[in-house]
Design a protein around this ligand. Structure first.
Ligand code: ZN
Length: 97
């Protein structure tokens, strides 16, 4: 479904590509809020349509990461689905308009 990243800050990598920094949320292109329901404009979040949402619960942010915090609500909402029959800890699907 192609979720991308929205974040409270940004930086430019060596190629001049805009990259997220600060607090990161998942964002679905075309929406005016994050997956967890934070309004982009009110929260001052920038969107990064070219940066796919690839965070996982198991990710450990290192000292070189500019992203300081990944939203756990967005992580949970976009957690890869387990195979049927496995214990599901989260059943809510991401909100759609
Ligand atoms: Zn979020």
């Amino acid at each position: 479904m192609g979720a991308a990243v929205a974040a409270s800050g940004q930086w430019h990598d060596d190629d001049g590509v805009r990259m997220p920094a600060g607090d990161a949320h998942a964002w679905l292109p075309g929406h005016n809020q994050t997956v967890c329901g934070v309004p982009l404009s009110r929260a001052g979040l920038r969107v990064f349509p070219h940066v796919p949402w690839e965070y996982r619960d198991t990710d450990v942010l290192g000292p070189n990461d500019r992203v300081g915090h990944v939203c756990e609500h967005c992580l949970a909402a976009l957690r890869p689905r387990r195979r049927r029959g496995e214990k599901a800890g989260w059943t809510r699907t991401s909100p759609r308009p």
